[in-house]
Design a binder for this molecule. Structure first.
Ligand code: NAP
Length: 300
């Protein structure tokens, strides 16, 4: 069987186009331009790349992009003061603090200082609690992107068996909550799970968020199942030349796609959806802040 490729790059472009449409409508009907503030502390090269592409795409959909680049040795008090200013600024609808933070800063404290209504990453403890109790919240971008692709592919997810491999706070746990919210029967597997391949082989949907290159192989997958590969791992690629690398997911694409009914590739699957969902969350936050109906299909 050759799996259908779920094209996250194309899907993300449609999400961004929807966001752009809503931004245009907000501007023309209400004179409001959604604003996203991104705070980067330090000079981590991967974070710098992420922040640059977030800023570029924010502007492309017509929103205001505000970047705050702070020294690596910025004090916690100064960072909290900046977040307090952004919380109070009515032109800012979304605030994202790029993680990881330098070691001397308490990540939980910083994230929980963001106004939950502006917490477009969905990591604030209030949003975690709202999602867990099935209430309206800001939903973490990566699992939201996975959910959108699954809904698009399957229509209804109701009654399907879903296994999420990985239990991180930013991907695995919120992913499981979202699937439960769509009435899947959900199992979370992790590093201590016994007979993990038996567990995943019972699933109609496998979401892999592990951080181990190509760990999930075709033997883990039930024929016809849908595989969502969240992993982004850089590995050596001597076949491309000395010192070269390439990106792979947590799933072994060749063997999984021979068995699965549908699969997301890496790159070009979940990755592009994450930034698209950040923009979607910002427009949703902007509508909520202004008491306007929120766009359909852009949140959980
Ligand atoms: P994480 O915090 O390191 O969590 C990894 C999870 O995988 C843990 O729950 C761990 O279990 C589990 N795990 C590790 N080894 C395992 C094994 N051998 N068998 C079963 N489970 C195992 O990672 P994360 O932040 O969730 O990220 C996961 C992957 O997604 C990474 O590759 C990351 O780069 C990628 N990612 C991609 C995006 C995107 O936009 N596409 C966004 C975020 C993350 P324990 O809890 O038992 O240790």
């Amino acid at each position: 069987m050759d799996a259908t490729i779920i094209d996250g790059k194309a899907f993300a472009a449609t999400v961004r186009a929807k966001v752009a449409e809503h931004v245009t409508a907000l501007k023309s009907a209400h004179g409001i331009t959604p604003g996203l503030a991104v705070v980067l502390v330090g000079e981590d090269p991967a974070s710098q790349v992420y922040v640059r592409s977030k800023g570029k795409m924010t502007v492309e959909v017509g929103m205001n992009s505000i970047e705050h680049k702070l020294d690596v040795d910025t004090s916690e008090a100064d960072l909290l003061a900046l977040i307090a200013d952004l919380n109070a600024d009515p032109s800012i609808h979304g605030i994202l603090v790029q993680l990881p933070l330098p070691k001397h800063l308490n990540e939980d404290l910083v994230i929980n200082s963001i106004d939950p209504a502006k917490d477009v990453d969905g990591f604030h403890i209030s949003n975690v609690g709202l999602l867990g109790t099935g209430q309206k919240s800001m939903v973490p971008c990566t699992p939201l992107g996975c959910l959108m692709m699954l809904r698009d592919h399957h229509g209804s997810l109701s009654g399907l068996n879903a296994v999420v491999v990985g239990r991180s706070n930013i991907v695995g746990k919120p992913m499981a909550q979202l699937l439960l919210g769509d009435s899947c029967t959900v199992t979370i597997a992790h590093s201590r799970t016994k007979d993990i391949q038996e567990v995943t082989r019972g699933a109609d949907i496998v979401v892999a968020a592990v951080g181990r290159p190509e760990m999930v192989t075709g033997e883990w997958i039930k024929p016809g199942a849908t595989v969502i590969d969240v992993g982004i791992n850089r590995i050596d690629a001597p076949e491309k030349g000395e010192g070269k690398t390439r990106l792979v997911g947590d799933c072994h694409f060749e063997s999984c796609s021979a068995v699965a009914g549908a699969i997301t590739p890496v790159p070009g699957g979940v990755g592009p959806m994450t930034i698209a969902c950040l923009l979607a969350n910002t427009v949703t936050a902007c509508c909520r802040a202004n008491g306007l109906p929120e766009p359909e299909g852009l949140t959980a």
